[in-house]
Design a protein around this ligand. Sequence first.
Ligand SMILES: Cc1cc2nc3c(=O)[nH]c(=O)nc-3n(C[C@H](O)[C@H](O)[C@H](O)COP(=O)(O)O)c2cc1C
Length: 221
Amino acid sequence: MDVTEAINARRSIRSFNTKSIEFEKIALILENAGKAPSSGDIKDYRFILITDYEVIKEIAKACTEQYWIETAPVLIVVCADLERAESFYGLTGKNLYAIQNAAAATQNALLTATEQGIGSCWVGSFDSEKISMLLKIPPHVAIQSIIVLGYYDEEPGLRSSDIEHYVYFKTFGNKFANLNLVTREYSKEVEKYLKNQKRGFDYFSNKLKNYIDNLRKNKSK
Ligand SMILES: Cc1cc2nc3c(=O)[nH]c(=O)nc-3n(C[C@H](O)[C@H](O)[C@H](O)COP(=O)(O)O)c2cc1C
């Protein structure tokens, strides 16, 4: 499965079967999460691996009572070491880069899970205080996301993506002047170009013909 295939296949899965996840696969997910880009390569993300059912139950409750999480065999709590981010980049590090670094790591994890045939869901609705207490997370570390993992039975559908709705050209709000080039329909563009060229050629050759005809007419007068 290449990256585009993984991106297309990834869907949020919220119901898991009882099959447990092989450790090598969890290790690969964590490894790839840790290869995500981070500002200045500070790698301020931290991952807490949770496999204990009782703890998973507590977390599901603290995730605004999203009890479907209880069906998952594995959770990864993605945290950011805010102190580390701030020590490198001040408030921008703490308030922006820490979040972005953790988000990039989360997405790497989701795509790796998909590639491994494992269902996943990015959970962002949670009570930080409760989970921090439960997992003994220190005050300078903030939970950024919870990755829910497990095998599943029901195949999720594919998602379509309509770039015309969210991509602008040159300035905000400016829709694409030429979507063919963006969607790589180069052949359509070449066709259009050749048609225009031919139109231009026909125009000038007609003009030239008229000019010569007029010259001839004037000469014969
Ligand atoms: C920042 C963030 C927070 C999210 N929080 C939750 C959540 O708390 N519970 C949940 O079920 N899904 C959550 N999701 C998953 C989205 O609902 C899901 O990605 C979206 O509906 C698109 O569906 P898809 O992932 O199947 O493409 C979250 C996604 C993101 C990026």
